[in-house]
Ligand binder design. Structure first.
Ligand code: ADP
Ligand code: ASP
Ligand code: MG
Length: 481
C-alpha cells in the first residue's frame, strides 16, 4: 500500500539512496535494500533504483533480435524477462505475485510485445522505441520494491525532464528541479520513503528517454540536486571507489575520501563504479556523494565532497578504451598561426569530441572515442594535411589531487611502464590527472604495473614511498589542503 507523508523535506533535505543492478539482482538482495532504506528513513529517503542485474542487457538484446527480423526469439527473451520478475515478486511479496505487479507485468508484455513485433516486421527498432524497451527494467524492479516496502512509487518520467536525444538524453536541469520540488519534495518528509527509477526520464512531450548506459548514478545525482538532498548514496557491489578496477587488479583497495574533481576525473576516465556525469549536479549544490557496498553496509566506503580531497599525488588509476589517435601533420603549421583552430573547427563541425591533445611544431595528435565514425572528418582533413589514424588504443589516467605539486610521479609511472610503448602523455589542465595512451591490448598489463608501483609492496602513493602514509592522509580527509 502506498503511504504519502505530508510536509517539506527538512532543512538538511532527504537522503538519496541509489541501488545499482548488482544490489538488486534477486529477492534476497532486495530484502537487504529494504532494510538499508528503512535504516535511513528518519531523514526521508528517495530510493533511485536500477533494473535487476542483466535486465537492461536482456531487453536490448531482445530489441536487437527483433530488429534483425527474429521476432520469435525476441518475444521468447521478453517472456524470460517477465518470468524472472514474477519469480522475484512472488519470492519477495508472496504468497503469489501481488495483483498490482501482475498488472505491471501484463502491461509490459502487451506494450513491449507490440514494439518487438513491429521492429521485427520493419527490420529496425527506432531509437525512440528502444528507449521504451530499455527503460522498462527500472519500472518493474521499482514497482516490486515499492510494493514490498509499502513506499510511495513515483514514475521518474514525470520528474526527470530531458531533451529528446533517445539513448543519450541530456537532462533539462531547471525543469527537473521545478518538477522535483513540486512532486517529490512534498512526499519526502521525515520517515517517508519514495521509490523511483534511475536511467529513465521523459522529454517535454512526455516521450520516454534514457540517460545512457549506467545512467542510474546520474539520475541519483540529478534528483539529489533537485530535492536538495543531504547526501547522495551510491550503493553498489564493491567497497566504494577503489584504487583501480578490481576486475583488472585484485589488490585494488578502497579509497576513503575523494575530492569532487578527483571523482569526476576517475569517472570520466572509465572507473565504471560512477557514471561520468554523476558528480557535476552534486558539485553545484555542494552535496556529498558516498559510494557504498550493499553486500557489506557496515564496511568501508568512499566519501566524495568538496572538503574531502584526498591530498594524494595518485589516488586511483582508471582506464578507458578503445580510443583512436588522430594525428594531423602539416609543415605549414611551422611558424604559422591558426592551423590548430582550423583543425579543431573541422572536428567540431563533424561533432567529433576530442579528448587528449598533444602538439608539436608541425602537427597535433588527439584521442577520440573508438566507436566514432571518422570517414567524413578524415576526408576533410586529408584535403589540407597529412593524416594518421591509429585505432585500438587505450587511455590510462593516474588521478590525484596533489599530482602536479609532487615531484617524480611521471618518472615513476614511466619507469613502471618501461616495457610498454607509451604513445602519448598528457597532464590534464586541471592538474590532477596524468594520462598515458598505450595499445589497448597492453592496457591491462600497464594498469597492473602502475598499481603495483603506486599502491603495492612499498610502491608509493604518497611522495615519500610509503603507501601506508597515503591511507593515513586519506583517512584524515586530505591533509595537504
Ligand atoms: P551498479 O550495478 O551498482 O551500478 P556497476 O557494475 O555499474 O554497478 O559498477 C560497479 C563496478 O565497477 C564494480 O563491481 C567494479 O567491477 C567496477 N569498477 C571499475 N573501476 C572501479 C573502481 N575504480 N572502483 C570501484 N569499482 C570499479
Ligand atoms: N539499468 C541501466 C543499465 O544497465 C542503468 C543503470 O543500471 O545504471 O545501463
Ligand atoms: Mg552502474
Amino acid at each position: 500500500m502506498n503511504r504519502e507523508t505530508g510536509g517539506n523535506a527538512g532543512p538538511a533535505g532527504p537522503l538519496v539512496m541509489k541501488f545499482g543492478g548488482t544490489s538488486v539482482a534477486e529477492a534476497d538482495k532486495l530484502r537487504r535494500v529494504a532494510q538499508l532504506v528503512d535504516a535511513g528513513r528518519e531523514c526521508g529517503v528517495l530510493v533511485v533504483l536500477s533494473a535487476l542485474a542483466g535486465v537492461t542487457d536482456a531487453l536490448l538484446g531482445a530489441g536487437r533480435k527483433a530488429a534483425a527480423g527474429d521476432g520469435a526469439a525476441a518475444l521468447a527473451d521478453l517472456d524470460a524477462i517477465i518470468e524472472r520478475h514474477r519469480t522475484v515478486a512472488a519470492d519477495l511479496c508472496g504468497p503469489g505475485v501481488p495483483a498490482s505487479i501482475e498488472r505491471d507485468l501484463a502491461a509490459a508484455v502487451a506494450e513491449l510485445g507490440d514494439l518487438l513485433r513491429g521492429a521485427s516486421l520493419l527490420g529496425e527498432m527506432p531509437a525512440r522505441s528502444l528507449d521504451v524497451l530499455a527503460g522498462r527494467g527500472e519500472l518493474l524492479s521499482s514497482a516490486i520494491l515499492a510494493d514490498f516496502t509499502g513506499a510511495t512509487f513515483v514514475d521518474a518520467r514525470t520528474v526527470l525532464r530531458t531533451d529528446s536525444r533517445f539513448g543519450q538524453a541530456r537532462p533539462c536541469r531547471d525543469a527537473t528541479r521545478r518538477l522535483a520540488q513540486e512532486r517529490l519534495v512534498p512526499l519526502l518528509g521525515p520517515g517517508a520513503v519514495v521509490v523511483t527509477q534511475g536511467f529513465i526520464g521523459a522529454d517535454e512531450a512526455g516521450v520516454p528517454t534514457t540517460l545512457g548506459r549506467g545512467g542510474s548514478d546520474y539520475s541519483a545525482s540529478l534528483l539529489g540536486a533537485a530535492v536538495d538532498a543531504r547526501e547522495i548514496q551510491i550503493w553498489t557491489d564493491v567497497a566504494g571507489v577503489l584504487t583501480c578496477d578490481p576486475g583488472i587488479v585484485k589488490a585494488a583497495r578502497p579509497v576513503p575520501v575523494l575530492g569532487y574533481d578527483e571523482a569526476a576525473e576517475l569517472a570520466a576516465f572509465g572507473a565504471k563504479v560512477l557514471h561520468p556525469a554523476t558528480i557535476l549536479p552534486a558539485i553545484e549544490r555542494g552535496i556529498p556523494v558516498t559510494v557504498r557496498n550493499s553486500l557489506s553496509p557496515e564496511g568501508s566506503f568512499t566519501t566524495i565532497s568538496r572538503e574531502a580531497a584526498s591530498g594524494l599525488p595518485v589516488t586511483a588509476i582508471a582506464s578507458r578504451g578503445p580510443v583512436t589517435v588522430v594525428t594531423v601533420r602539416t609543415p605549414r603549421m611551422l611558424g604559422g598561426t591558426g592551423f590548430l583552430a582550423r583543425i579543431f573547427e573541422v572536428f567540431s563541425r563533424h561533432g567529433v569530441s576530442v579528448d587528449l591533445v598533444a602538439t608539436s611544431e608541425v602537427g597535433v595528435s588527439a584521442t577520440v572515442d573508438g566507436a566514432v565514425d571518422l570517414s567524413a572528418l578524415s576526408s576533410e582533413l586529408e584535403a589540407f594535411a597529412e593524416l594518421r589514424i591509429e585505432r585500438g588504443r587505450a587511455v590510462i589516467a593516474l588521478v590525484g589531487e596533489s599530482l602536479r605539486r609532487t615531484r617524480g610521479v611521471p618518472a615513476r609511472a614511466l619507469t613502471a611502464l618501461r616495457d610498454t610503448n607509451v604513445e602519448m602523455i598528457s597532464m590534464g589542465s586541471n592538474e590532477i590527472n596524468l594520462s598515458l595512451v598505450v595499445e589497448a591490448a597492453e592496457a591491462r598489463e600497464a594498469m597492473i604495473r602502475l598499481h603495483a608501483a603506486f599502491f603495492e609492496n612499498g610502491g608509493a602513493a604518497g611522495d615519500d614511498g610509503d603507501p601506508a602514509d597515503a591511507n593515513a592522509v586519506a583517512a584524515n580527509g586530505g591533509g595537504m589542503r
